[in-house]
Design a protein around this ligand. Sequence first.
Ligand code: DOR
Length: 426
Amino acid sequence: MRTLIKNGLVYRDGAFVQADVLLDNDRIAEVGQKLTAKADSVFDAIGKHVMPGFIDLHVHLRDPGQMHKEDIVSGTRAAAKGGFTTVQAMANTDPVVDNLATVEYINRKAKELGSCKVLVVGALTRNSEGKEIASIANMLKGGITAVSDDGSCVQEGRLKFNALKYAAGFNIPVIVHAEDYSLAGSGQVNGGKISTQLGLSGIPALAEEVMIARDIMFAEKIRCRLHIAHISTARSIEMVQWARQAGLDVTAEVTPHHLLLTEEACVGFDTNTKVKPPLRTEKDRRACFDALREGVIDFIATDHAPHADYEKDREFTLAPYGINGFETAFCSLYEGLVLAGELPLETLVQRMAEAPARFLSLDTGRIEPGLAADVIMVDLDGEVSITPDAMLSKSKNTPFLGRSFKGRVLKTWCDGRITWDADDAE
Ligand code: DOR
């Protein structure tokens, strides 16, 4: 199956250039001017942008065990609609991904029924309980790409130190959800002005920062790969910057919601703004944005965390934490950062495709002959309406509900196969 995408503005080497792209089965075969190769299907991309498929290294597909929120079929369809061709699924399913059988279940189902590639994160500790190290060696037989107890955080220092040391033996990245439970308590929103105003208990910035400081010190001793998930405070970023300057293999990601929203979004008690780590102050948001632009934060990850309506539609203190991210990520960032004149489009694409691919040495993330045929065609003037009916995710828990953004993904090819076609959706 050969596909020719003609006359698009193609992302190459950090810039958009007019070109044609030829996909041959699951590979990019050729990129150039006026390609004449025979193809089974030809698409006119004139006036459209052709980008590498996005890669989201922090997502929750809720499969197995919480399929009323999402499953591999619905989650990867929503991802494809958002322009993603690879996602990395976190281990906090039911059962937790702390064993080979569950890794293999996800691999099999994603391969058979998925609309994008699914990488699997194994738990760092058994049942993500922070008591005993999980069998990383066993899960590696199923091809896990990272380990993490995301959603939970190992509190006990000695155990975390030993777990990092064990993971270092396999050269696998450890993804840290940084949260000191004794400081976070039952906090609902960021600890500060807004928590006081709303009468809700707060999660102080320190709850994140002390755990990042601890784990960076461990990483300095062990020399392991440490990746900070959903970084959210200015001080956390300073510590990552320090670690980098010290030559440590410490990386970080930031979510669209921490780049676009602050704690002010929680004022109306919309439970779709309740998330961990919480939405922070404008100073923190700005620090996250500056660090992303400068490359101190390596890439964007959605932390797609679907929760059903009946779970979110209740008192703020009883609702679960989490924001749905696949279908809003690119368009909200395009409008909120690129059209706002804050970030070049090229940098946004680099941080959503090229940088995450490099982090895991994936054969995707760029439009280059020989790489996987993971490509999207985007109409930057096209509108995306964020409504429950339009969303493909089973859950609709986004603070952007009711909004409309520019930056519509028209088509997604994953391994050369069309996995999202906006024309079919109309
Ligand atoms: O808000 C969050 N929800 N943060 C996390 O780290 C976990 C996630 C979830 O699994 O719902």
